[in-house]
Design a protein around this ligand. Structure first.
Ligand code: KIV
Ligand code: ZN
Length: 515
């Protein structure tokens, strides 16, 4: 019989812990909506106690997303659990996920607690969380470097206290498939009451084994996997959702297990997370890399032409990869535009449709044919917009082989028009220097990525930048058929996000001061 493995997506929590992968609230909502379309079982929306931004994101996701259980992480502390519940209480289905280490290394050096104290605290905090909600998950952090008999004791005690899911994290990505399979089997054999809980796993990829370890755990009886889109996450990342979902779907015969994932949404989810975080997917990445379905060897192509199963174990359509479809053109009207968005699975407000349609018309003037990916970029921009303190009014660049590039930039700053001219080492550098002078910002550019959204020389260039100021990192995006304009937009988008973040922090501090 095929077991259905629950997919616990932590892109918005552990994934967001990837260096530089921070997302603002509107972006998190957009990702959460796509996770709901993917049909994940649980969305870990953040860590409510960690920041007002995380709290608000969890609250909005809890209120706005239908389908999956919405979860908040909480340390094994009453104040964390209270805050998690405060954020979650609007959700139709919610879960509190609390954790404390079980390894002697962590208990001795980090928490300065004995094993007995940690076990007692874990039990108390599961009970505390159960006072709010029936669905409670407990994680003994660094489980794979813990004494196995003690781990069994902890798991048994937290189940007894009311945890319905016990998650076994390989926090530092240290275990191996054989060893992890043994841990899961031992827990299933030795822990009294194990059948009353779902055994979950959470693997990090420090040795490149996160997916293999998760699959070994499923084979040994785990019923839930924690994973992220594109495998993003702390350090080398987490197990990748798309690899687990497609691994189980493709090798159901071996694992006797599958997931409820709507695999046709995988490709879109991967593009969305990559665009929002600015974390590029390596071309040879399994399932979602640009080359994952590209056969170049003559022998393979020959076989494929004769019969697809000779070299193809999955069809690209099963992850939603189809030929880029021509969707609309210059003469398409607002009604057709709205219909097309519905067909692509977007539900936008009237105001968002209006803004997206204006962008669409502008782009259709520059580009003869518009593809699904173009529409995706337009919609994402309309939905994730930030208040525009700075906007681009005019841009002129001179560059050539025998001259130093010069940029003239006109901006609207809080509604006032300002213009400046500056030189740079290249056209983008000249534009960025001019913008920095005009906005009087001192941010550092940490990453600059440019790629074409579709094929052809009239394709839109999409620029993503990662920018840091005062310890805050944001990503900015811009798309245009002119990549210098796209670059300016991406930089301004990042500066607007920083300005918005500073304002939110100031408001949150003011609120705390007033309480
Ligand atoms: O890696 C880890 O141990 C975690 C826990 C909080 C589950 O992310
Ligand atoms: Zn983790």
């Amino acid at each position: 019989m095929t077991r259905i493995i629950r997919i616990f997506d932590t892109t918005l929590r552990d994934g967001e812990q990837s260096p530089g992968a921070s997302m603002n609230i509107e972006e998190k909502i957009l990702v959460a909506k796509q996770l709901a379309r993917l049909n994940v079982d649980i969305i870990e929306a953040g860590f409510a106690f960690s920041s007002p931004g995380d709290f608000e994101a969890i609250q909005r996701i809890a209120q706005e997303i239908e389908g999956p259980v919405v979860c908040s992480l909480a340390r094994a502390k009453p104040e964390d659990i209270d805050r998690a519940w405060e954020a979650l209480k609007g959700a139709p289905k919610s879960r509190i996920h609390t954790f404390l280490s079980s390894s002697d290394i962590h208990l001795k050096y980090q928490f300065r607690m004995s094993r007995e104290e940690a076990l007692k605290r874990g039990v108390e905090m599961v009970r505390h969380a159960r006072g709010y909600v029936d669905d409670v998950e407990y994680s003994p952090m660094d489980a794979t470097r813990s004494d196995l008999s003690y781990l069994c004791e902890v798991v048994e005690a937290v189940i007894e206290a009311g945890a319905g899911t016990v998650n076994i994290p390989d926090t530092v990505g240290y275990t191996t498939p054989q060893e992890f399979g043994h841990i899961i089997r031992t827990l299933r054999e030795r822990v009294k009451g194990i059948d009353r809980a779902i055994l979950s796993v959470h693997c990090h990829n420090d040795l490149g084994l996160a997916v293999a370890n998760s699959m070994a755990a499923i084979h040994a009886g785990a019923g839930q996997v924690e994973c992220t889109i594109n495998g993003i996450g702390e350090r080398a990342g987490n197990a990748s959702l798309e690899e687990i979902a497609m691994g189980l779907r493709t090798r159901k015969d071996f694992y006797q297990a599958d997931t409820g994932i709507q695999t046709e949404e995988i490709s879109k989810a991967s593009r969305l997370v990559s665009n929002i975080t600015g974390m590029v997917v390596q071309p040879n990445k399994a399932i979602v890399g640009a080359n994952a379905f590209a056969h170049t060897s003559g022998i393979h192509q020959d076989g494929l032409l004769k019969e697809k199963i000779t070299y193809e174990i999955m069809q690209p359509e099963t992850i939603g990869l189809t030929q880029s479809r021509l969707v609309m053109g210059k003469l398409s009207g607002r009604h057709a535009f709205r219909e097309e968005l519905v067909r692509l699975g977007y539900s936008l407000t009237d105001q968002e449709i209006l803004e997206a349609f204006e962008r669409f018309k502008r782009l259709a003037d520059q580009k003869k044919e518009l593809f699904e990916e173009d529409l995706e970029a337009i919609v994402n921009k309309a939905v994730t917009k930030v208040p525009e303190r700075y906007s681009l009014k005019g841009l002129y660049v001179e560059s050539g082989m025998d001259r130093r590039p010069l940029a003239k930039v006109e901006l609207l700053i809080d509604g006032q028009s300002v213009t400046k001219t500056a030189e740079g080492d290249g056209p983008v550098d000249a534009v960025y220097r001019t913008i920095a002078v005009l906005t009087q910002t001192k941010s550092q550019l940490k990453a600059y990525i440019v790629k074409a959204i579709t094929g052809g020389t009239d394709a839109q260039g999409e620029v993503s930048v990662r920018v840091e100021e005062n310890g805050e990192t944001v990503t900015g995006h811009g798309s245009d058929t002119d990549i210098i304009i796209a670059s300016a937009q991406a930089y301004l988008n990042a500066l607007n996000k920083l300005a918005d973040l500073m304002e939110r922090h100031a408001r949150a501090e003011q609120k705390i001061g007033l309480c």
